[in-house]
Design a protein around this ligand. Sequence first.
Ligand code: HEC
Ligand code: HEC
Ligand code: HEC
Ligand code: HEC
Length: 490
Amino acid sequence: MLRNVMFIIIIMLFSTTVIILNCSPDKPEPVKSIVIGEKEFDPEVWGKAFTANYESWLKTKEPRKSGLSKYRKGWDDDKVVYDRLSEFPFSAILYNGWGFGVEYNEPRGHFFALTDIIEIDPSRTGPGGVCLACKTPYHKTLVQEKGDKYLKAEFEDALAMIPEKSGKLGPACIDCHKPNGMELVTNKLHIEKGLKMLGKKDPDLNEKRLLACAQCHMTYYVPRDEKMKTAAGVRPPWTGSEWGNISIENIIKDLLSDYQRQEWKQKVTGFKMPFIRHPEFEFFTKSSTHYNAGAGCADCHMPYIRSGSQKISDHNVMSPLKAEMKACLQCHAESSEWLKKQVITIQDRSASLVNRAGYATAVAAKLIETVHKEKTKGVKFDFDQSLYEKAVGFYKQAFLRIIFISAENSMGFHNPSEAGRVLGDAVAFASKSEALLRQILAQNKVNVPEKINLELGKYLNNRGQKKLKFKKDQVLGDPYGLQKEFNDAI
Ligand code: HEC
Ligand code: HEC
Ligand code: HEC
Ligand code: HEC
């Protein structure tokens, strides 16, 4: 039996390899003999040599069929935008205190990467020039030429250093390709730093395909000085990790290791905290089934398409659900309906767990707030300080695990079993924290109701913004019914 299974797996892996090899377009030759300058940023110029690729890249500005996706909706007609804090109301409490607690939108096409950061609430762009790291292809050049003058400049001033013509240019050909020969490259200093930390030298072709996306779809922190001002560029929290094994445990250890990584102050607890952004690379490469099978981001987000007589990789990078699962069919023989059902099932499970872990953590946050409030009222707490420290430690462990999975953009799909593991641990840490906090409060005769009032409305509606520019229709409320699911369960 086992041998049969092994045999089937070998056949499947073999056929996948064959499919991958068969699908590859021929070695890219410029359509016309045009030499692209080594520092050519303008995709239109590249487009003169690679018309089909350029045209498909331009399509990242087209509206998506976001109705086809369950958890990544929004931006259909460029007007409606989904607000992540409403999708996961507990995060309005946990993120309150800085930009992510003010405005946190679902992403849209690459074409808008720079536009959207220009339009976001200014509380999100406080760090200045560093914010442009994954938005403009000029970032590396500007850091090399101007250094801190650019990195630490006010956001508006840094923006003005980008040549006017490219003032709204997002991820461009030069971010991922060497101009002539089209070899895949990276164009970000933080991934170069990151690869050194991982001890990775000379990535092979498959790894380069992954890195072209990883250079932006990875987490980072912006080191701060004592006054919480931007101190240096963008850093990956990858101490102690290795290629193919960047665990959440190591990321958390790195992020909690010194004050420079605590980028903001969480309102509800008053703690300085680190944050985690879009860790697609870390999450996917942590032994996911698809990573282990040799697939890269482009296999699912840039399927091969026909363009006239040419076969090219679709540069209109987007969710495979919104692209009608075409990418999956390159390797899978199942129907697109079946595949879509698998995706949604995986995502439903992750969303439910994110929600459970998120509320458990929000409860711990409110109990920490209660302890602090009672203290300021003059209650002399009589408890072993280490008990409180343990509770706080568990709380941070839970909190960072929840951001890790919810800031990751696939709602668990990129690595379902890892999502289950991380969120299971988050629930356990949050519950331990809650139990210790209740113990401390009970010992000191502070009455705590069984059901904690999270005051969700307060956090969702009063985000502390000063200049929030709600230009688009925001989808507020509880679009996935997760809040209801939680209320029904308790
Ligand atoms: C230079 C930085 C950069 C690179 C390189 C990059 N991305 Fe992105 N990506 C972004 C940013 C920023 C956004 C969010 C844009 C927005 O919401 O305005 C984004 C959004 C996306 C989206 C959502 C698109 C949509 O239509 O909603 C997908 C999918 C995606 N990226 C996949 C990839 C893949 C796959 C690769 C590699 C082939 C890649 N990205 C390379 C920065 C980058
Ligand atoms: C096996 C296929 C597969 C691979 C490989 C894969 N993804 Fe995805 N990705 C998906 C699916 C499915 C979703 C969920 C889309 C949805 O819910 O609409 C997704 C979602 C995303 C999103 C959010 C899309 C949106 O519309 O907001 C981003 C960004 C993203 N992936 C980037 C990456 C990056 C970067 C990599 C490589 C590190 C990667 N993906 C590897 C299948 C894949
Ligand atoms: C976010 C990264 C990214 C950006 C931006 C990007 N490409 Fe690509 N490109 C890729 C990847 C990944 C492949 C697939 C390579 C492979 O499979 O080995 C690719 C493949 C190609 C190929 C080889 C033929 C094919 O279609 O597979 C050409 C030509 C090309 N790109 C041109 C361009 C041009 C022109 C632009 C700008 C308009 C551009 N690319 C922007 C990542 C990118
Ligand atoms: C490059 C080839 C390739 C692509 C593209 C690809 N898959 Fe897979 N997929 C595999 C392989 C290989 C396996 C492991 C063998 C198996 O279980 O079939 C796998 C496994 C799976 C599984 C079982 C997951 C698990 O963890 O056991 C699901 C579900 C799945 N794929 C869905 C998708 C969906 C949905 C897409 C498109 C978004 C997709 N795949 C794209 C090759 C691919």
